[in-house]
Design a protein around this ligand. Structure first.
Ligand code: ADP
Ligand code: ZN
Ligand code: ZN
Length: 661
């Protein structure tokens, strides 16, 4: 017998191996096997078996690595689709979808601890929730359909998911719930656990290999029928998939940064289509892509326009920081208005969240004489001063160095520390409100296992008055005593070199604003900005998604950006700048020549981040209507490009990129 094996290397073909007599009986399509491959051992995937002898000599398969196939035909085909769409090999796609290889499984308690006494009952749906559920019900009955559940923060989307899942279980089917990694808070998981108990399985990157494997087996054996997890939970081996829920569908963390660079939403749509399952895309701020599809009738739109119990949306005040400095002479991080609001909130014994999407203390260090900014030796970015280490850090390559005593350019000793990060915010708040107890949540403070949950817990118990943090605190938190949210600067996302900057800003402000007014005490949001007229900020102020969408979609159409066109980012990187530029130019010419009508080639130009980890970076962008057509052009050009000139240059493809750096 002979086996077709897909290997996890960037080679888009399968390889034939012979199956040794002694394992002929146990080998099945969908298993992992060890195979010799140019002098080393690889874990390959059996994707075909045949008795036909190939006309060339073949090597033998080594060990079989699984007691049962880890992929059925449905999952093999789903991964074939990923390989085709995202331009990687079948083996690379399968690797990303695999459970860990585990030699011996120890019997430990499951990753999900349950307290059977804690089961809570279902709430009676509001009329808007009822309408959404009827729509979902109809789709479940037809075994097809995508529902975009557009509900303002606190409108009860999660409750809709819970009801919909209960219906799926009644039908004897299973459900997968995807959450952005950041939302996999104990709080969220607890809501699912208290409804469904031991029927849930958890799947995320913080599980150990053993825990992951055990959860995977539980799902496969049908012992769990609700899988809750981050991106890769989309590959959970459920038998009869009825529903996929993607919460916060607009989140960029659904796009994997490494090969295969898949978007969990696109994979979910494909898996559901093939399996006859329904997809719910839930969010308060739909991605332009999804809302556009709903507008065209390709998705069904369900809207939750009101918060539960008709709680009002928080009032949002925009503070023009230009005026703050010029007319009031205020150099503080905080406008007088925000300072006053914090003071009043603390006096009422209520809680405050302060949000800033930049960690560190000062976000750039510069010479006050000549203006030279201190940059990373390896990356073309400014270094960030951290007060904890009293050193300057690069947030891209993580290197650190002593803070400079004098300017490297002009030797002046007048070194300035400008720009504000979360450490500085904490510092300033401590000076202004010495009696308040502060907590900070960013990736510098949340390094230990469990620190995230611990901080949220003390905030809930009101042991902390003011919580300061990055986007880590923007989502999912539900604390009734938070009545003030201060956005220290709304401009961090706006300044990104990305066509989605406006969308990101609107989403972030809306999410952050949603953290207040969740109890009976009401809530207020104060947004500080140097761009008070920007439509993203104004629409967020008015809680006006439709208004934001109208402006943004116009801009996307005019410039031919998604959802009107697909993009492919081609990044070339190399330590050798001359070779890189030459190769980028050759590739640009090949692409131009190969591009059919409707495919546009932009560049080559230096990437927005022109140097990273000692590598220079250049960029070519393709714009077009059909990904398959665009990828074909890229494939042909890359084949022609191979040769000595391409040595030492890495070429990375990103189909439908979510970040443009
Ligand atoms: P979202 O996911 O849209 O932010 P949630 O589902 O978290 O909203 O709901 C917000 C709050 O309202 C939660 O405390 C939830 O328990 C409550 N809630 C949701 N639906 C109902 C309902 N039908 N009746 C009463 N309370 C509800
Ligand atoms: Zn200088
Ligand atoms: Zn660096």
């Amino acid at each position: 017998m002979y086996a077709q094996i897909a290997v996890p290397l960037p080679i888009d073909r399968t390889f034939t191996y012979s199956v040794p007599e002694e394992i002929c009986g146990e080998i099945v399509i969908g298993m992992r096997v060890a195979v010799p491959f140019s002098g080393r051992q690889l874990n390959g995937y059996v994707v075909g078996l045949t008795e036909k002898k190939p006309p060339y000599p073949v090597k033998k398969i080594g060990n079989v690595l699984d007691p049962f196939p880890i992929f059925n035909e449905e999952m093999l085909q789903l991964n074939r689709w990923i390989a085709d769409y995202y331009g990687c090999s079948w083996g690379e796609a399968l690797k990303a979808a695999s459970p860990p290889v585990v030699k011996k499984v120890r019997k430990e308690k499951g990753a999900v601890e349950t307290d059977p006494g804690a089961k809570s009952s279902f709430l009676i749906p509001t009329s808007e929730q009822q309408e959404a559920l009827q729509l979902i019900e109809k789709c479940l009955h037809n075994r097809s359909g995508v529902v975009l559940l557009h509900g303002v923060t606190g409108s009860g989307k999660t409750e809709v998911y819970l009801h919909a899942i209960a219906r799926v279980l009644e039908r004897g089917q299973q459900a997968i719930v995807l959450l952005p990694e950041i939302s996999l808070t104990p709080q969220t998981v607890e809501r699912f656990r208290s409804r469904f108990g031991e029927r849930i399985a958890l799947w995320h990157s913080r599980l150990s290999a053993g825990e992951r494997y055990r959860e995977w087996v539980r799902i496969r054996e049908g012992k769990a029928d609700i899988v809750i997890g981050a991106r890769s939970a989309i590959f959970a081996p459920v038998k009869d998939l009825g529903l996929i829920v993607l919460d916060e569908e607009h989140e960029t963390s659904y796009k994997q940064a490494e090969t295969p660079k898949y978007h969990a939403r696109e994979v979910a749509l494909e898996r559901a289509r093939a399996a006859g399952a329904v997809v719910i895309l839930g969010t308060a701020t739909p991605s332009l892509e999804s809302y556009f599809q709903a507008g065209r009738g390709n998705y069904k739109l369900a809207q939750l326009t009101r918060r539960v119990d008709d709680r009002v949306m928080p009032e949002v005040e925009i503070i023009d920081m230009r005026k703050e400095l010029i007319t009031r002479g205020n150099r503080s991080v905080f406008s007088f208005f925000l300072q006053q609001a914090i003071r009043e909130t603390l006096e009422r014994r209520e809680q405050v969240i302060l949000f800033l999407n930049r960690r560190g203390f000062s976000t750039f260090v510069l010479c006050r004489e000549c203006g030279e900014v201190v940059r990373c030796k390896h990356c073309d970015v400014s270094l960030i001063y951290h007060s904890k280490t009293d050193r300057i850090h690069c947030h891209y390559c993580n290197c650190q160095q002593e803070k400079p005593q004098f300017c490297p350019e002009c030797r002046s000793r007048k070194i300035g520390y400008l720009g504000v990060g979360t450490q500085k915010v904490e510092n300033e708040v401590a000076k202004l409100f010495p009696q308040a107890i502060l907590g900070r949540m960013d990736s510098d403070t949340m390094t230990r296992k469990g620190s995230h949950a611990r901080m949220l817990n003390s905030f809930r118990k009101q042991e902390v008055d003011i919580l300061i943090g990055t986007q880590m605190i923007a989502k999912g938190l539900d604390f009734p005593r938070v009545t003030l949210v201060g956005v220290v600067s709304a401009d961090t996302a706006l300044s990104l070199a990305d066509f989605r900057a406006g969308e990101r800003t609107f989403q972030l402000l809306t999410q952050v604003a949603g953290r207040t007014g969740r109890g009976d005490l009401g809530g207020k949001v104060i947004v500080q900005t140097y761009n008070p007229e920007h439509y993203s900020i104004q629409s967020a102020r008015l809680h006006d998604y439709a208004g934001f969408y109208r402006q943004e979609i116009k801009f996307r159409q005019e410039l031919g950006y998604p959802p009107f066109k697909h993009l492919i980012n081609i990044t070339l990187q190399s330590p050798n700048q001359d070779r890189l530029i030459k190769l980028a130019q050759s590739l640009g010419k090949l692409l131009e020549a190969g591009a059919e009508k409707g495919v546009e080639v932009l560049g080559p130009v230096p990437a927005p981040l022109p140097r990273l980890k000692s590598r220079w970076r250049w960029r070519i962008i393709l714009k077009g209507n059909k990904v398959c057509q665009m990828r074909e052009v890229v494939k042909e050009s890359l084949t022609q490009l191979k040769g000595p000139a391409s040595r030492g240059v890495k070429i990375l493809l990103d189909i439908d990129p979510m970040g443009m750096l």
